[in-house]
Design a binder for this molecule. Structure first.
Ligand code: SF4
Length: 151
């Protein structure tokens, strides 16, 4: 797995227009760490896409800057999530991390997003969680949806 990450920041329902800033058809507008020196990525199959469908969190860890985050908290609309996944898949992305900053389990739509990504050709679909809202039923739901890794 490449160490390159693409972050798609959470977009609240009231700010759908922010989608322009993370237009999946224009990767150079995405926020990327360790971007290649020439500023381009021509093979996305080994790049991990982080998609932050929510930036809410249920913890206030002392070591984490999340509690003081000034960015508006919200949930990305389902339409935008699906559009981003479709565009990313068409670019060649195959690995997805359904979180960036926040606790993804607050978003009850993770299984449907995982299934949608799986159907688009994503082969690795990760969820990183603090685990507080995790239970066996949810793990079963994710497994059936095609989510491959939980950490
Ligand atoms: S659970 Fe994660 S995002 Fe939330 S405060 Fe703790 S470290 Fe930060």
């Amino acid at each position: 797995m490449s160490s390159t990450f693409i972050h798609l920041a959470a977009i609240s329902r009231n700010k759908a227009e922010s989608f322009v800033e993370v237009n999946a058809l224009n990767p150079s507008s995405w926020i990327a760490d360790k971007y290649p020196v020439d500023g381009s990525i021509d093979n996305f199959s080994d790049v991990l896409l982080r998609l932050e469908s929510t930036n809410h969190c249920n913890f206030e860890c002392t070591f984490c800057p999340h509690p003081t985050m000034s960015r508006e908290k919200g949930f990305m609309s389902e339409d935008i999530v699906k559009t981003l996944l479709e565009d990313a898949a068409s670019l060649g992305f195959r690995s997805l991390d359904l979180r960036n900053f926040g606790e993804p389990l607050i978003d009850r739509r993770l299984a449907s997003f995982g299934a949608y990504a799986r159907n688009l050709g994503f082969t690795k679909i990760y969820i990183h969680t603090n685990g507080h809202l995790l239970n066996a039923a949810r793990l079963d739901e994710w497994a059936e949806s095609g989510i491959t890794d939980v950490n």
